[in-house]
Design a protein around this ligand. Structure first.
Ligand code: KET
Length: 398
């Protein structure tokens, strides 16, 4: 019994936390998982979230099952953030939205839907991408392949190659796209490039699946959803998975959403029913606490405004850390180009360190990043940045 079960080597991102916790180096720094830490190195509780928690706690209310699709206010929040408060597609009731168990849960339900209703479709992910994109789709029986994306030599997108590749795909193939703050490279498409990509998607009848986990961390709330709104304006069918883990600092509450934009309200209704059924047979209905926080913060004008300010403060602190790290490294290694630190967007920087250099940082300095060289810049602060820069300079020298 169980002899057939294979060994699980651990997750390349989540597994870093275990190694970090076990490390006895007093100067250790965790730059692995995509989590925002504040200037004091602490996981913040946003002020808007504190207010929402107080409202939930007093009076303490009963905990019924939520509907399969989650709270109406949570779903409305996802829709308005992604598509805009006055969006025509919302007025026309053409979007089927469910609250999801984090962004990962949205991807899983979306992948199951594609497997069931488009069994001949393949999913294509950027090379590289967040590793769990591949696992989630493959383990939902959707075959996965890669499309060209990152050009290491120029620290930019292999745009022409990528577009040429898209033109070779079959009708109803699914493209998993990152609307902002590409994970892991931090290199995003420009608005002109999105226009071109979406035109190819339209001509070749591909299905865009946009996964947005960092809204507000790139440029701003609106610019970060440019690709989503443009796809809607062009009348494309569209899947969007969104996560509140990072921008509400609610990682453990597992809050997100899955939205499917359909050609008509009648089809949106049918799709919505199938999403409900997929949820029912997977985990039945979502947990309620995080959903209430999303509902309260996003549907109260004052709290919403406060939230946006708090997201921008996180975004700006990350940008400041990028600048600082760049200037310290440039001073230490003047003949090396560190421009990538400030041209890349969002929480991550793709440092180009070799797996051996990443391993040396962990072993000798207690500095943890993902073995593909992805560093979570949001783990830097003024107390650890010199230590990290010195260690990086040390491993880059040899
Ligand atoms: N999409 C992307 C692009 C993403 O980076 C993450 C999380 C998710 C979805 C999942 O979001 P959640 O709401 O937590 O289910 N990424 C970070 C954490 C992780 O690997 O789970 C990371 O890349 O470090």
């Amino acid at each position: 019994m169980f002899e057939r079960v294979e060994y699980y080597p651990g997750d390349p991102i989540l597994g870093l936390k275990e190694k970090f916790v076990a490390d006895t180096n007093p100067n250790k720094v965790n730059l692995g998982v995509g989590v925002y830490y504040d200037e004091a190195g602490k996981l913040p509780v946003l002020e808007c979230v504190k207010t929402a928690e107080q409202r939930i706690a007093d009076p303490i209310s009963p905990r019924p099952y939520l509907p399969m699709e989650g709270l109406p206010g949570h779903r409305k929040a996802c829709q308005e953030l992604l598509f805009g408060k006055d969006s025509k597609v919302l007025q026309e009731k053409r979007v089927a939205t469910i609250a999801s168990v984090g962004g990962s849960g949205a991807l899983k339900i979306g992948a199951e839907f594609i497997n069931e209703w488009y069994p001949d479709s393949k999913a294509y992910v950027s090379d590289p991408t967040w590793g769990n994109h591949i696992s989630i789709f493959e383990y939902s029986n959707v075959p996965v392949a890669k499309y060209p994306y990152y050009d290491k030599s120029t620290n930019s997108v292999k745009f022409d190659e990528m577009v040429a590749f898209f033109k070779t795909l079959n009708k109803n193939d699914v493209l998993i796209l990152h609307p902002c703050c590409h994970n892991p490279t931090g290199i995003d498409l420009t608005q002109d490039q999105w226009d071109t990509v979406l035109e190819v998607i339209k001509q070749h009848e591909l299905i865009p699946f946009m996964d947005i986990a960092y809204q507000g961390f790139g440029e701003d709330m609106e610019s970060d959803v440019y690709a989503i709104r443009k796809a809607v304006d062009m009348g494309l069918p569209l899947f969007v998975s969104n996560s509140f883990s990072k921008n509400l600092s609610l990682y453990g509450e597992r809050v997100g959403g899955l939205s499917v934009v359909c050609p008509t309200a009648e089809l949106a209704d049918r799709v919505f029913g199938q999403l409900q059924f997929t949820v029912r047979r997977t985990y039945s209905n979502p947990p309620s606490h995080g959903g209430h926080i999303v509902d309260i913060v996003m549907n109260d004008d004052a709290l919403y405004k406060q939230w946006v300010g708090e997201v921008y403060a996180m975004r700006d602190r990350i940008k400041a850390m990028r600048l600082k790290l760049k200037s310290v490294l440039e001073a230490k290694i003047p003949d090396r180009n560190f421009d990538y630190l400030t041209t890349q967007n969002g929480m991550f920087s793709f440092t180009g360190l070799t797996p051996e250099q990443v391993e040396r940082l962990a072993k000798e300095f207690g500095i943890y990043m993902v073995s593909n060289s992805r560093m979570c810049v949001a783990g830097l602060n003024s107390s650890n940045i010199d230590y990290v820069a010195n260690a990086m300079a040390e491993v880059l020298k040899d």
